[in-house]
Design a protein around this ligand. Sequence first.
Ligand code: SF4
Ligand code: SF4
Length: 464
Amino acid sequence: MKTVKSPFKFKGGVHPDYNKELARGKAIERMPVPAELVVSMSQHLGAPAKCIVKAGDFVTRGQLIGEKNGFISVLVRAPADGLVKAVEKRPGPTGAKADAVILDTTAEAPEGAVPGVSPVLAPLDWKTASREELLKRVEEAGICGMGGAGFPTAVKLNPPPNKRCEYLVLNGAECEPYLTADFRVMLERADRICVGVEIMRKILGGPAVRIAIEANKPEAIAAMEKAFADIEGNVEIVVLPVLYPQGSEKHQIYATVGRVVPEPPALPIDVGCVVENVGTVAAIADAVEKGEPLLERVTTVSGDAVAEPKNVLAPSGTKYSDLVAFCGGEKEPPAKVISGGTMMGFAVSTLEIGTTKTTSGLLLLSKKRVFQYASGACIGCGRCVRACPMNLNPALISRVVDANDVKAAEDAHVMDCIECGACSFGCPAYRTITQSCRRAKASIRARVAAEKAKAAAAAAKEAK
Ligand code: SF4
Ligand code: SF4
């Protein structure tokens, strides 16, 4: 194992204020299970899980409550013992509604019910278990990418037979301002990450390993060097320059192995890479060795309007209001609440939203930190073009989306946009460029889905 500096620097990127000092020194704290959990069936990318419990059921910790509902989907287990108060549509951080199980964790277990015990699944010895057993475990533990996108991990670790994983890239960049959850996991759980890497290498057929960490996390680099000191094979810690969005999957691949992922629908595996967030890798180790499904995660609660910023280990479905209460409450009424980081997160209007497997941060920002502005006309300064790490022309895309010309946005390769926010960050006219990209992408996806459905219906009619 060796530590090297990344020889590859991507084009573009920005340097936002990182503000990580608020929580980076705070050790991970486990919060007590709150009285009520809001457990969404849509905690991952792809089809939401199919809820299999109903109001009045008593569920135990680790019990299956949502079945996988398609190839790109992830099952959901109960994060705690409790009585199902209701199953109803609840909004997630993006505002999109999905079925959620509302769990009263204070309810008495009915006679005969066996409260959830640990381990939930039988522990496995990864050295003797087969690749198939390990893959199955990742799936039955309900693991998805915890870095933000929530891609089903069992699908990612099982590429088609004609595609080989040559590099397993561990994403420990955590370039989003304020967030320190991954940093603390690397500092405090580096040994679990190391076990997770061994398991993933076995599943993927022994790829080389590249662990990507930004240079502003020297303590995490040291902890990982220590944990990985005796690992065998081709393993490198790659120290990346501090530059947003260094944590993007595509940019990590370029920064660590110098390969460029082509336009969508191409995936990292098309250039021989699998990228996984460090928290996800630790979760895989726990699922295999300890039989613990993914029922909880570390979330950074930070910002100048929260009394005591912390890195909180909380069960999935913990309401934002309970997270804030565990951090001492509000220091002052927040002018803005963001689920995630300031660059890619979503502003939310209520704290009655439950965390998911991908909730990396919750930020409460005071008036002082929130800039009120009105968007103006583009002045053609080109700053967004220089900042875009995907070589797009964000000014053009924003103009054509304003004119409702989605076709022109598609021609300008808007589907390549990774929604990093680097363009909006530096725009002197305060144009909401990233939101325009999101809008155009959603509209294109909806059109493609409608075309597919129409084609499928026509094929079914012809077959009759
Ligand atoms: S256009 Fe997309 S990829 Fe480019 S800077 Fe803006 S948000 Fe990022
Ligand atoms: S940064 Fe803003 S003002 Fe400058 S070219 Fe881009 S959209 Fe126009």
